[in-house]
Write a protein that binds this ligand. Structure first.
Ligand code: ATP
Ligand code: MG
Length: 392
C-alpha cells in the first residue's frame, strides 16, 4: 500500500505574507534531512506538506523520526494513498488501520473534502466509513467526544488519504527563519539547552567555546565538540569556534583582584564573542545563565557583564530551575555528555570568595589593571573554526 507523510506547520501559519518564506525555509530543512533516505515528491497545500516517497521500500519510520526534530512542524502523520473512489477508500482504510485498531476500543471518523466535486459530502463520508470500520472491527465502538483513534479521510485534488495517529512535531519556527546568533557553549548542562531553545525560535545557532590549555585538557574540548555534534540533531549544522583563553586568564590572575575573576572573565569572553559574532554575521549572543544559579549569575553580575555588550544577549533559561533545565537536557539527549566530569576554564579559575553584588565602577577599574586589548586581538586571531554537520 502506498504511503505518504503529512506534515502540518505550526505557528508560522499565522504569519501572513511572510508565511511563504517560512514555508520555503521549512521545506529546505525537511529536504536536507530526508535527502539521504531517497527521493521524495513534495507538495504543499493548506498548511500541510505532503511528502511522497518516489521509490518503494523507502524507510518511512526513519523519515518520521528525523522530521520530529525539525522545528516549524506541529504534527506529523503517515497516511495511505487511495484512489478518489469511495470503495477504494473503504478497502484501504480497513487494511491500513488494522494494527492501529488492535489496542483501541473506540474511534471516530473525520472527513476533509478539499475537492468539492467529490460526489459524497463530508457527513456522508464519516457515516459510511464509520459503518465500514465498525463492521470490520466489531470490538470498536464509536465515540465522537473522546475516541482512542480519530480516523481522518481527506479527499484532495488527485488522491484521497486515510490517516490516524498524529505525532507531535518539534514545534517552534523553521531554523534560519529568525537570523543567526552565537551561543557561548561550555561543557555544562545549561548552555546546550539554551542553544536548543533559541534554535526552536528559528535562530541558526553557531557556538563559541573558550579553552585554557594546559589548565583545561583536550578531553574537555572534545566533550564540548561532542555536545556540538549532538546539538546538530535539532540545531542543524553548527559552526564551532574554539578560542584560546589561557593568556587572558593568566593576565587576570596576575593583575586583577581574585574576587572579581569570574565576572571579568565573563566580560572578556563577551568582548571576544562579539568579534566572532560580527565575523559570523550573528546578531546576538546566547548564554545558559539563569538568575542566581551561581555567583556570576546574580542580577548585579549580569549588569556588569552586559555593560561590555553592544549586541543583545539572550538568556532563554533565565527564569528556569535547574530541574526544568535538566528535563530538557535529557529530552534532547545532551545530558549524558554534559555530566562527563571534565574541567571548564571557568571552574579552573573560580575565586574562593566571589563578589556576589559587584559594582560596575569597581569592575571597570579592576579590568583596567590588566592589559587585555592586544590579548583579545590575539585570541580572536588564534580562534579555530570547525563545522559540525547533521549526522545521518
Ligand atoms: P553551563 O551548564 O552552561 O556550563 P553553568 O551553570 O555551569 O552553565 P557557568 O559556568 O557560570 O554556569 O556559565 C554560565 C554561562 O557562560 C554558560 O551557560 C555559557 O553560556 C557561558 N560559558 C561558561 N564557560 C564557558 C566556556 N568555557 N566557553 C564558552 N562559554 C562559556
Ligand atoms: Mg559551566
Amino acid at each position: 500500500m502506498k504511503e505518504v507523510i503529512l506534515v502540518k506547520f505550526g505557528e508560522m501559519a499565522l504569519k501572513g505574507q511572510n508565511r511563504y518564506s517560512f514555508e520555503d525555509i521549512l521545506l529546505k530543512q525537511i529536504k536536507y534531512r530526508l535527502r539521504p533516505l531517497g527521493r521524495f515528491i513534495y507538495t504543499s497545500a493548506q498548511s500541510t506538506i505532503y511528502i511522497e516517497p518516489e521509490e518503494e521500500g523507502t524507510d518511512l519510520d526513519e523519515a518520521v523520526s528525523r522530521l520530529r526534530k525539525v522545528f516549524g512542524i506541529a504534527t506529523i502523520c503517515r497516511a495511505c494513498v487511495c484512489e478518489k473512489d469511495f470503495a477504494d477508500m473503504q478497502k484501504k482504510a480497513v487494511a491500513y488501520l488494522k494494527e492501529t485498531f488492535e489496542d483501541a476500543q473506540s474511534f471516530k471518523v473525520e472527513a476533509k473534502r478539499a475537492d468539492k466535486a467529490f460526489p459524497m459530502k463530508s457527513p456522508e463520508i464519516c457515516r459510511e466509513l464509520g459503518g465500514t470500520i465498525s463492521e470490520a472491527f466489531p470490538h470498536l465502538h464509536v465515540d465522537v467526544h473522546e475516541p482512542d483513534v480519530t480516523v481522518v479521510a481527506e479527499v484532495r485534488d488527485t488522491n484521497a488519504y486515510i490517516h490516524a495517529d498524529k505525532l507531535k512535531g518539534a514545534g517552534g519556527l523553521p531554523l534560519g527563519s529568525s537570523g543567526k546568533a552565537l551561543l557561548l557553549l561550555s561543557g555544562g548542562i545549561d548552555s546546550p539547552v539554551a542553544g536548543y531553545m533559541m534554535a526552536k525560535r528559528g535562530i541558526q545557532v553557531s557556538a563559541i567555546h573558550f579553552v585554557s590549555p594546559p589548565y583545561t585538557s583536550d578531553r574537555a574540548r572534545l566533550k564540548v565538540e561532542q555536545l556540538c555534534q549532538k546539538m546538530t540533531d535539532y540545531c542543524g549544522d553548527v559552526n564551532f569556534y574554539c578560542v584560546p583563553f589561557t593568556k587572558i586568564q593568566e593576565e587576570l590572575r596576575r593583575r586583577c583582584p581574585e574576587e572579581y575573576f569570574t565576572i571579568l572573565m565573563r566580560r572578556l569572553m563577551m568582548l571576544i564573542a562579539q568579534e566572532i559574532a560580527a565575523k559570523e554575521e550573528a546578531l546576538a549572543l546566547i548564554t545558559g545563565e539563569s538568575v542566581g544559579q551561581v555567583a556570576s549569575q546574580t542580577l548585579h553580575a549580569m549588569v556588569c557583564t552586559d555593560a561590555v555588550c553592544h549586541v543583545p544577549v539572550f538568556r532563554p533559561l533565565i527564569g528556569m530551575d535547574k530541574t526544568e533545565i535538566i528535563e530538557i537536557a535529557r529530552r534532547i539527549d545532551t545530558f549524558d555528555i554534559s555530566i562527563q566530569p571534565y574541567e571548564d576554564c571557568c571552574t579552573v579559575f573560580t575565586p574562593r570568595h566571589p563578589k556576589i553584588r559587584p559594582q560596575l565602577a569597581a569592575i571597570e577599574a579592576a579590568q583596567a589593571a590588566g592589559d587585555f586589548e592586544e590579548m583579545i586581538r590575539e585570541a580572536v586571531e588564534g580562534t579555530e573554526c570547525k563545522r559540525f554537520r547533521v549526522v545521518f
